[in-house]
Design a protein around this ligand. Structure first.
Ligand code: FAD
Ligand code: SIN
Length: 537
């Protein structure tokens, strides 16, 4: 029997800071909202954020300085209007989180505790110890649970956007202009694909860290939103700018636990295997230079010496501060036999953040009417070629609030588009019994991206990566069309698409700027512009 579509005003895909903030704002405006999230609702990059959220809240700081620092880190590719608009709204974004119950850490005298990270000229990072993301996630989820207008669907995987073009125009059945009309979603527990209908879909699916062999990102970060948007013909921007965090805990396993930059803000020093505090040879800002500079310096030291890791020396910070300010890191290292007040921490760089993504304007609108994007999946122009530390949580909360006016306008002027007759066609396809191919292909993808498309690139390495990705794409597409879909198949398909977009943008950029450094074009062009990819539909 044909199941009726589930109908909402707004469908939010993702339950990190961006999706939850947007869902709450939409519900506050009286709209009926569905949150679709592929695992437990806490599982997101947001939940692992450590250092904090950057905003001007102190009288000794100024928004202009935050703007200046962001533009400098972005290396000439930020959209200045976006930087100014988002950072000016920063204090309002913080206020929204406090109102939802986030209790930022304070000093003994009651003033709010402000941390410092690379590229910031002032102390301006609000934080909850070193578990800021978890505290934000908890407060927002509590507010969502209390809202009668929001339904949350955990273990539901958004597969594909449904658009007018996909339904009608490809068969020339209608002159209606293209827009989003809903989503196909896999209920992971029942293994059934359901149809969701809405005039507005918000992508808040986060980043793509999992396309790399070593990443600070949890397993959800597979680029699903970017791949879905790309397949629907939406403009994607600046995918070559992948931020590698300089200091992830080194272990023999794949896991890369983050050691927050805020530790360097309190006096932590990176040392090479000879114990030298080498950053002063690379940049006058030493350990607090922007992340692209620190990651490249570490890469160069490791390549010169052949070392498997470097050291982070936090011994000068003192036990009391370490335990009060960084309890999560302190415990993590202690469980692995390292007393960080006395011993150095082994660290390596790891893929951390995607600066590019689905191109949006300052209302979160993408190039496809009805499709919005917010958070790490989106590219607003704030980060340019390199994100300033702790600007991403802020961007997500500010953009979730900014989008609301245009949402009201769009919903009021748009007619519903019925999906009553629309269903995912599955036929009698089987689940493949060769799952091992998926595991091998995923590992091959992650290794190729790590080896050929990481901190230092060359045209040859990019070409090698592209050829491997093309082969992987051919294989995964065969799987997609011949077998029943499941999460690992869908994620791998999206990871391959996201990886191809990274390489395509990297090939377009014939210069080195911010996070994109290539030995074949080591200098900067005079007039650089964002790289854009858009699939013809
Ligand atoms: P996420 O929080 O990643 O949420 C994405 C959501 O989408 C998840 O719920 C996921 O399950 C869901 N999803 C994805 N695909 C699908 C699908 N197909 N169907 C259904 N659901 C889907 N930034 C800072 O500003 N300050 C920090 O201190 C900081 N520390 C960080 C530390 C770590 C270890 C990491 C990994 C990142 C850190 N960042 C930090 C970056 C920041 O956490 C992220 O950029 C931000 O949290 C992204 O929020 P988001 O809501 O856009 O996405
Ligand atoms: C960190 O705490 O070092 C991460 C901050 C960020 O990614 O912005």
């Amino acid at each position: 029997m044909k199941a009726a579509p589930k109908k909402y005003d707004v469908i939010v895909v993702g339950s990190g800071i961006a999706g939850l903030s947007y869902a709450l704002r939409s519900a506050e405006m009286g709209y009926k909202v569905a949150i679709i999230t592929k695992k437990d609702s806490t599982e997101s990059n947001t939940n692992y954020a450590q250092g904090g959220i950057a905003a001007v809240t102190s009288i000794s700081d100024e928004v202009n300085l935050h703007v200046e620092d962001t533009l400098k880190a972005g290396d000439g590719l930020c959209d200045q209007a976006a930087v100014e608009a988002i950072l000016r709204d920063g204090p309002k974004g913080i206020e929204a989180l406090i109102q939802k119950g986030v209790e930022f850490s304070s000093l003994e005298d009651g003033r709010i505790s402000l941390g410092k990270e690379g590229g910031h000229s002032k102390r301006r990072i609000l934080h909850v110890k070193d578990v800021t993301g978890k505290a934000i996630e908890k407060a927002l989820l509590y507010a969502v649970d209390k809202s009668s207008l929001i339904d949350t669907f955990e273990h539901h995987f958004a597969i594909e956007l449904i658009t007018v073009d996909k339904l009608l125009r490809a068969e020339k059945k209608s002159s209606e202009s293209n827009r989003v009309t809903g989503l196909f979603v896999l209920d992971v527990n029942s293994n059934k694909v359901e149809t969701y209908e809405a005039k507005v879909v918000l992508l808040a699916t986060g980043g793509i860290g999992q396309i790399y062999q070593f990443t600070t990102n949890p397993s959800i970060a597979t680029g699903d939103g970017i791949a879905m948007a790309y397949r629907a013909g939406v403009a994607i921007e600046n995918m070559e700018f992948i931020q590698f965090h300089p200091t992830a805990f080194y272990s023999q396993k794949r896991e890369r636990f983050l050691i927050t930059e805020a530790l360097r803000g309190e006096g932590g020093i990176i040392r090479n295997l000879s114990g030298e505090a080498f950053m002063e040879r690379y940049d006058s800002r030493k350990d607090l230079a922007p992340r692209d500079v620190v990651a490249r310096s570490i890469d160069s030291e490791m390549k010169q010496s052949g070392a498997a890791h470097l050291w982070l020396d936090a011994t000068k910070i003192g036990l009391k501060t370490l335990r009060r300010r960084f309890p999560n890191i302190y415990d993590y290292c202690q469980e692995r036999g390292i007393e960080i007040d006395k011993e150095w921490i082994p660290v390596v760089p790891a893929a951390h953040y995607l600066c590019g993504g689905v191109k949006t304007n300052l209302s979160g609108e993408t190039s496809l009417p009805g499709l919005y994007a917010c958070g790490e999946v989106a590219c607003t122009g704030l980060h340019g070629a390199n994100r300033l530390a702790s600007n991403s949580l802020l961007e997500a909360v500010v953009m979730a609030n900014r989008g609301s006016e245009s949402l009201k306008d769009y919903l009021s002027k748009t007619e519903p588009f019925s999906l009553e007759s629309i269903q995912w066609v599955e036929g009698d396809l089987e689940i493949s019994d060769e799952r091992v191919v998926l595991t091998h292909n995923k590992e091959e993808l992650q290794r190729a991206m790590w080896d050929y498309v990481s901190i230092v690139r060359t045209s040859n390495r990019l070409e090698r990566a592209w050829n491997r990705l093309e082969n992987l794409e051919k294989e995964i597409n065969e799987y997609y069309w011949n077998f029943k879909v499941d999460v690992s198949l869908l994620e791998l398909r999206n990871m391959i698409t996201s990886a191809k977009l990274v390489v395509e943008c990297a090939v377009q950029r014939k210069e080195s700027r911010g996070l994109h450094y290539t030995l074949d074009h080591p200098s900067k062009l005079k007039n650089a512009s964002p790289s854009i990819v858009q699939k013809a539909f």
